[in-house]
Design a protein around this ligand. Structure first.
Ligand code: NAP
Length: 398
């Protein structure tokens, strides 16, 4: 007996205690990290009277080998039907029709927010002096900007036509031997992203939302993103949030919405991390920023991510690293990224008690210096354990 997660008319998820959740194990090290992470997720859920009916679906190399299709329709249909899912890393096909399976999944389900919380867990080796000051939640726009894939290749008839058109119609002189890409940033795409970020900040009692942009150079895309963010704050959140210019930097008990240029931000997240709380940004900025900030708190081995459409209720949570093929099947790598993606999924489902248990148990395990190879090589006196042993140690400490 198991039940479906549904989206209520009130715009919130209705989550039974025994939901069906589709998962993609993932290629390469997916075979190691997924079973490890799942054992922890199941144990934590059970402690609170919940049971997940995992439903395996295929994508990536394994899907291709077994079905001849990199992203089978049944997989997309399962995520569509069950709303929430989780996935391990996928091999990106080289050549062929699909640019990236991850991008394809995001586009098909219109998962417009890439959610990347970045915080330090007690004991995790870090290259900075005060990793505990890092506690940011990045909302990266997931559907537009240069990721829209609107590019023409240098030397092709398409490139020649576009370059001529831009000269004739706009008077823009572009070198004839150029490749050309288009960067769309819309009111719709920007406002729904910023809306999700502010709503999150308000719900979770966060202090601020920083709109990160490169509007000093790209006025009508990046600069507009910033302006629309402030506009939305006034239009929809006036009672709970306020823009910097509308309050002189003193928001009272409301969430402060401010902005920062992307290049300065990349410096300041390092020098003044506690100035940043929730961040809302365009696609490419968000890509750089997520990985740069993640590096401060222990790197990609444990960074979680989620791709969410807050309107339809669809969400796919995922390991943010790749398949690390050289370690596949060795029961060696860190399951932290996919496990913490599961924690993020639990929080999204409202299972905050089970999520908090896992975080506590993970910290207790690392505090006892029981870690996988990636942390062991950065720590003194660590006990290096296998992927599955690390998960078992976390379960013991739940
Ligand atoms: P990668 O798989 O992320 O591996 C790069 C390095 O990151 C590894 O060699 C390892 O470092 C470290 N690493 C990755 N996962 C780890 C884990 N769980 N625990 C500890 N360390 C970990 O990147 P890649 O080699 O560039 O890409 C391999 C394949 O993955 C490609 O097909 C790529 O397209 C795909 N990919 C998929 C996704 C996704 O599905 N989300 C994302 C990125 C890449 P050390 O060598 O230092 O130990």
């Amino acid at each position: 007996m198991s039940a479906m997660i549904t989206m209520g008319a009130d715009g919130t998820l209705h989550v039974p205690d025994d939901p069906v959740i589709p998962f993609i194990q993932g290629d390469g090290t997916g075979i190691d990290i997924w079973p490890a992470a799942r054992s922890v997720l199941d144990a934590a859920a059970a402690r609170h009277g919940r049971t997940i009916a995992w439903k395996e679906v295929l994508a990536g190399q394994r899907a291709y080998d077994e079905t001849g299709d990199w992203l089978p329709q049944e997989t997309v249909a399962a995520f569509r039907e069950h709303l929430i899912g989780i996935k391990g890393p996928l091999t990106t096909p080289v050549g062929g029709g699909i640019r990236s399976l991850n991008v394809a999944l995001r586009q098909v389900l219109d998962l417009y927010v890439c959610l990347r919380p970045v915080r330090w867990f007690q004991g995790v080796p870090s290259p900075v002096k005060h990793p505990e000051k890092v506690d940011m939640v990045i909302f990266r726009e997931n559907t537009e900007d240069i990721y829209a894939g609107l590019e023409v290749e240098q030397g092709t008839p398409e490139a020649k036509r576009l370059i001529e058109l831009l000269l004739d119609e706009m008077g823009w002189k572009i070198r004839p031997d150029s490749g050309v890409g288009i960067k769309p940033v819309s009111v719709t795409g920007s406002k729904r992203l910023v809306r999700a970020a502010i709503a999150y900040a308000v719900e979770r009692g966060r202090r601020s939302v920083t709109l990160v942009h490169k509007g000093n150079i790209m006025k009508y895309t990046e600069g507009a993103f910033r302006n629309w963010g402030y506009e939305l704050t006034r239009e929809e959140f006036a009672d709970v949030a306020v823009g910097w210019d509308d309050c002189g930097g003193d928001p009272g008990d409301r969430v402060l919405v401010k902005d920062a240029i992307a290049d300065i931000t990349l410096q300041q997240v390092l020098t003044r991390p506690d100035d940043f709380d929730v961040i809302a940004t365009t696609n490419l900025n968000g890509d750089y920023l997520s990985d740069a900030v993640a590096a401060q708190v222990g790197g990609i081995g444990i960074a979680p991510g989620g791709n969410i459409n807050y309107v339809t209720g669809h969400g796919i949570f995922e390991a943010t690293h790749g398949t690390a093929p050289k370690y596949a099947g060795q029961d060696k790598v860190n399951p932290g990224s996919v496990l913490l993606s599961g924690v993020l999924m639990f929080e999204h489902l409202g299972w905050t008690d089970a999520a908090a248990d896992i975080v506590r148990a993970l910290e207790a395990t690392i505090a006892e210096r029981i870690v996988t190879y990636d942390f062991a090589r950065l720590m003194d006196d660590a006990t290096e354990v296998k992927c599955s042993e690390f998960a078992a140690a976390i379960v013991d400490r739940l």
